[in-house]
Design a protein around this ligand. Structure first.
Ligand code: 5RP
Length: 231
């Protein structure tokens, strides 16, 4: 849904896009707004960019918007990645994966020289995990074993359901399941990310620690910019 905050955040990220850039294109409703704006600006002329998508959703939206697509095989280093988030803390650590695209998002976002997060201001939290369950992508064969191990680490794991006339579990673009693990709070995101990634069958964890350079958090009247310290 195009809330004023999402639109303002997307506009702020658009102002960073320069002619000739190869962009990482995230996933979600805020990025969808960004893609549409980017397509409109490119169509006006004077801005030739290419995009590396992080999901079928962003690939199809970018194609519809007239943005040429490429891959990390062609461009292993991207100029800029723009992506959404489910939670952002003051240190610019993120929870992502609300759209089940966390694995490709982490690969693409980490390949960018600069990674910018766009979200409405409600995504800013004091401590990660306070509101949002942490998405973990798990191979189907490891569903029960990985969920048990996530439980031992203090999370309350729930297998995400499919949506929109899909019975059974949500299947990611990579053919895996998503386990949403509710923690009371995640005071040590880097430590938890490591512990979860050691669980056999865990493909990726929706904790993006120390990756984002800037977050644009949109509100009704303006946009708040947060920069990672030391960058
Ligand atoms: C998808 C994501 C999204 O970027 C995240 O869920 C935010 O989405 P939205 O902009 O719709 O709030 O991580 O996997």
């Amino acid at each position: 849904m195009a809330s004023a905050g999402k639109v303002k955040a997307a506009e702020a990220a658009l102002s960073e896009v320069k002619d000739g850039m190869v962009l990482g294109i995230g996933t979600g409703s805020t990025v969808a707004i960004f893609i549409e704006m980017l397509g409109r600006r490119a169509a006006k002329g004077g801005l030739r960019v290419m995009g590396v998508p992080t999901s079928y959703q962003s690939a199809y939206l970018a194609a519809e918007a007239g943005i040429p697509l490429t891959t990390l095989d062609e461009y292993p280093v991207l100029d800029l990645a723009v992506d959404g988030a489910d939670e952002v803390d003051g240190g610019l650590n993120l929870i992502k994966g609300g759209g089940a695209a966390l694995t490709k998002e982490k690969i693409v976002d980490s390949a960018a020289k600069r990674f910018v997060v766009i979200a409405d201001g409600s995504k800013l939290v004091g401590t990660l995990g306070a509101k949002f369950a942490l998405p973990v992508e798990v191979m189907p064969v490891a569903r029960r074993t990985a969920m048990a191990r996530i439980g031992q680490l203090g999370g309350e794991p729930r297998l995400r359901d499919g949506a929109d006339r899909k019975d059974g579990p949500c299947v990611s673009d990579n053919g895996n399941f998503i386990v949403d693990a509710k923690f009371e709070a995640i005071p040590d995101p880097a430590g938890l990310e490591c512990r979860l990634k050691l669980i056999p069958g865990v493909v990726e964890v929706g904790l993006f620690v120390g990756m984002a350079h800037t977050a644009y958090l949109g509100g009704e009247v303006g946009v708040k910019r947060l920069d990672r310290k030391g960058r």
